[in-house]
Ligand binder design. Structure first.
Ligand code: GAP
Length: 454
């Protein structure tokens, strides 16, 4: 058995980035031109994983809650939106520049000593005074490039929900408390974009805004904190890799705020924020638009009030990174009689895995490939399938382990005789014989009863 090196068995950002590229999860944007920082492309496995994470969140928020509905608002919004929300004035990072090497830093990213001495942490050169730098991307819409044509790329999806809150009450007869869920792109001109897809300039958010009566907000806030925690438990995430972080310094709109943090390979980092945003946003939109944003409670003597908002705001692309890190495992398998000492395996929950079942004929010849293709066709409607007929079977299993495929089906000579196949489990590497006609039902049962073993 080979000796353990320092990095064997451990997830590092380098290994995850390299696996993500090698297996087609995530590629650097415009790589042939040297890459575009802050932007990433999701490959064949990556888009499947991202879609499944999004679908789980969507189901959790909308289908499993009678009083939450969906929305897909435009990325372009009237520029007054961002004045009302406070983003034009407040959505800034304090930055310093090095006069010598021209590097730019967020002041909270450099040490207090360097900041006090105005000394560049990279080259020792002199730093400029800190200035506030707005994180919103600004462009112009229409033919003229003047102040009247300014347009922003939205820095959060939330505002699209607030400006539609009255439309949704009217069209869908919603009664407080109710929620609106949305998934979509957001853009921020982030200066520090390291750590792969953790913090990027273009990313996706999954946000839900819950409209409540003032006075009930604190109870609702606690309830949503519990629900969001339970959601990650349901996803099968390692719960000792999650913790709460309470914000002491609150954003301009918030009364209370907690983050759910995940233990990424680079340390504890924010995964999702749960915020009590008070009636700040709707109040400001009422003020800036001149429209009445009050809710009229017809069941309560037409009582009028501007609702408080409890927000749950998760990064979809950051969730992809979290799920990749959480699933990543390296395992020494020599004692189990395999020829490789180590295998890399992504232990995705079967509901999240980009491929649920891979069909592998032991040989291409003797009708095995055709038989395997037929099995694949029969499963395709219900499961995400893959088909691989090239290379030794052990290597094909390893490739599927790396892609996080929970089940492999091997078609061999016995299959021709007795119409059974080998069902191989990714996590335990156990193999059982299953009649072909029972395969679909068996897979359904295995997915339903899935328990992570490591
Ligand atoms: N509407 C509230 C809001 O946008 P936020 O804490 O700024 O709050 C919410 O962002 C979530 O969006 C974060 O917890 C994170 O998961 C994700 N997120 C924020 N900035 C991001 C970035 N630059 N790249 C990737 N994800 C980001």
């Amino acid at each position: 058995m080979s000796e353990l090196t320092e990095y064997q068995g451990k997830a590092t950002m380098e290994k995850i980035t390299s696996l993500a590229k090698r297996r087609g999860f995530v590629f650097q944007s415009s790589e042939i031109y040297g890459g575009q920082s802050g932007a990433w492309d999701y490959g064949p496995l990556g888009i499947e994983l991202k879609n499944r994470i999004q679908a789980m969140w969507w189901k959790e928020m909308t289908r499993l809650h009678d009083n939450i509905v969906g929305l897909d608002a435009a990325i372009f919004m009237h520029p007054r939106t961002w004045e009302a929300s406070g983003h034009v004035e407040n959505f800034t990072d304090p930055l310093v520049d090095c006069k010598k090497c021209k590097a730019r830093f967020r002041t909270d990213m450099i040490s207090e000593e360097n900041l006090a001495a105005k000394k560049c942490p990279d080259c020792g050169g002199e730093l400029t005074d800190a200035r506030n730098f707005n994180l919103m991307f600004k462009s112009h819409i229409g033919p003229a490039e003047d102040t009247a044509s300014i347009i922003y790329l939205r820095p959060e999806t939330a505002q699209g929900i607030y400006v539609n809150y009255k439309n949704i009450i009217q069209s869908n007869r919603m009664k407080i408390p109710f929620g609106i869920a949305q998934v979509g792109k957001a853009f921020r001109n982030e200066i520090v974009t390291k750590n792969f897809i953790f913090r990027t300039c273009e990313f996706e958010q999954m946000e839900m805004q819950y409209f409540v009566k003032p006075g009930t907000d604190e109870e609702c806030f606690n309830d949503w904190r519990n629900q969001r925690w339970a959601y990650y438990e349901k996803l099968g995430v390692k719960m000792d890799h999650l913790r709460w972080y309470k914000h002491e310094k609150l954003a301009h709109y918030a009364k209370d705020a907690y983050d759910i943090e995940y233990l990424f390979p680079m340390g504890w980092r924010e995964l999702e924020g749960i915020h009590n945003r008070t009636n700040y946003d709707l109040g400001r939109h009422a003020e800036f638009s001149g429209k009445d944003m009050q809710y009229i409670d017809q069941d309560n003597n037409n009582e009028r009030y501007i609702p408080f908002i409890i927000e749950t705001s998760a990064g979809l692309t950051r969730n992809v990174l979290m799920i990749l890190c959480d699933a990543y495992d390296e395992e020494q398998v020599a004692e189990k009689g395999n020829d490789d000492d180590w295998r890399t395996v992504l232990r995705f929950h079967p509901d999240l895995a980009p491929v649920t079942v891979a069909i592998l004929p032991l040989m291409k010849k003797d009708g095995l490939a055709e038989m395997a293709q037929d099995i694949r066709k029969n499963l395709q409607d219900d499961y995400a399938t893959d088909y691989d007929q090239s290379g030794a079977i052990g290597r094909r299993y390893r490739r599927q382990d790396e892609a996080g495929t929970p089940f492999c089906v091997t078609v061999d000579y016995e299959s021709k005789e007795d119409k059974t196949v080998t069902l191989r489990f990714r996590d335990s590497m156990e193999q059982v014989r299953v009649p072909i006609e029972e395969l679909s039902t068996r897979l359904r049962q295995e997915i339903k009863s899935y328990k992570r073993i490591k």
